[in-house]
Every structure is written in C-alpha cells, then in structure tokens.
Design a binder for this molecule. Sequence first.
Ligand code: ZN
Length: 349
Amino acid sequence: MKVYPEAFADYIERYSRQIMVLGVQNQLKLSKARVAIIGCGATGSSVAEVLARAGVGFIRIVDMDFTEISNLHRVHLYTEADARNSILKAFACRRHLVEINSSIEVESIATAVDSSNIEELVGDVDLVIDGTDNIETRLLINEACVKLSKPWIMIGVEGWYGMVKFIDAAKTACLRCFITSTPRRRQNACNIIGVVNTAVFITTAIASTLALKHLLGCDVDEELFIIDSYSLHIKRVKVLKNSRCPVCGLNIFEHLSKSDESNIRICGGNSVEIRPQRKVEIMLEKLKKEMFRRENIIIEDHIAYIHRDGVQMALFRDGRALIKGITDVEEAKKLYHSILDELRKYVAD
Ligand SMILES: [Zn+2]
C-alpha cells in the first residue's frame, strides 16, 4: 500500500488508537504486510475482519463456497442478503472488507484449493491463515508452506472448542510433526459436528493476535492453544519438532505431489467446481447487456450467477464454474455443458 502525504493525516487518524500502542513504524509494517486466507467461512472471515481493520495492506481470500443462511450464526461479515443471493463467500467477504477499510487491497479468488494452485496462492505472502474445515487441506497447506518457507496459522473449531497453532517450520513443529496419519476420507467438522459461535470468536481472536505478532516481527507463541469456550479454559501445549517428520524433516510432500482432481466436493458435500478442458472466454459484458431476456441470471463481480431448478451456478469469465446443490459430479458436468450450450452466443473459443 502506498501512503501519499496528503492522505497521511487520514491514515494516522484511522489507526490513531492502535498507533498509541504499536507506534507509527509498526503500523506502516502492517500496511506493507501480505496475508493469504485459505477458506473464509467462520474462522477465515473472522481473522480477515480483524486484519483488515488493523490495516494489513494486502489480504487474499480464497474460497469456493457459496454463502448460506446456516452460515450466519457463526460467520463474521456475511448478511442475509449474501445468503439469499448465494453470493460466493470470497466475493462477499471482499466486498465487506473493502466497506470496512477501503485503503487496503483485498483479492478474492473463488476456487478449490489443491496441489495445482496452493503454491501460487501462498507463494507471495508473509503469512498464511488456515480458514479451512478439513484436515486434508490443512496437510496440503502445511506441505506448501514448509516447501516455500512460509509461516502459517492452523485454526480449528468444533462444538465449544477451538485449536490454534502458529507454524514456521524453520523454528517450530509443523502440522505433520504432531498429526501422524493422513485421514482416509475428507471430513468437514462444520457439517458433521456443529460449532458454537463463541468458540469461533475466542479461537480466532487468539489466531489474529498471533498473526499480528508475526507481521510486526515479534516472537510468536509456538505452543498449540486448546480453547474451551464454555469453561473458558485455555491450555497451551508444547509441541516438539519431530526430526523424522516426513514433511519438515524429510521433505516428502505427499499431498503436493497428488495429481489435480477436476471436480472437488466442499463443506456440505453438495458443490463441485468444473474447470474447462479447453480455453474459453465467457463474454460477461455482452451477457449483462442482454440480461433483460434472462431473468435467472445475475452478473455481479464479473461472475454470472445462474439459478436453475434449485441449483446455483457461478460462471467465471474463463469458463470455470462452481455449482451448488448437486452431489453427483456427472450430473454437474451435464448441467454445466447444457448451460454453456444455451449461452454459446456469449462463449468465445
Ligand atoms: Zn514436521
């Protein structure tokens, strides 16, 4: 972020109460900091809001999910209107963060995170925040961050409980040091077990504190924090680095070397992403101009939201689509091709 002289007084005023604690130089450090948040559900959006208000200069939000009414009890930022219109979380999050702090840069990327894109998503930032809801993606983030020497913060919530761990493999244990086996199947804690919102807020307050300490260049507490938001006990558990850890010890990156899947289910198990096999361009501007003929299409944030028989599809300019409300991948592909066929006038090869 550039701070121009004429805007400097406004800058100082905005952060004045924080500057009283941190000092101007540290505030400027935050303005230059870059953070990627992988997953912006309950935990990711909560940390995103704290970092945006604190003045972190660049925040990348990555999520492929749609906002739903069942998210609202625990997810910061999102509104009933976002849920009613099934806005993609990454874009709803970006919009609200920019409303809160228009002086920072917020990038939204709606995609499934996998071995084909994780290194690019985390490669140019100072810190990675885990806002995901499953261990498999956390293990992938862990491998990418160890490989690229990026610090990251693991966050998990479940019921009344939360867990937070700052991981910088050069100094601390990595996730694989203390998670000794890979799960057999993908699990989504939020879908199976449920969570109380205070567990989210206490846990993410700790995670945000660790994030700010790292971005300010302070020593960061490296213990595993285990939070009981009901009894209000917070336990700090020392986790030792494992010299025989396959990831940070032996540099074996099992998850990074897995081949890319073209369709991936997400939290709730009812959404898939389809990536086109050939290069196409959806002419969204032309589609928007002729919108009056198509009541079931809304163009927002350069995305075409298409409703069809209880199914919601978000179609991007590059032909990529996220489809919610379908559990069968083949059925999703069929719908995708039929919609692209209907819109062929707006598709350039
Ligand atoms: Zn390790």
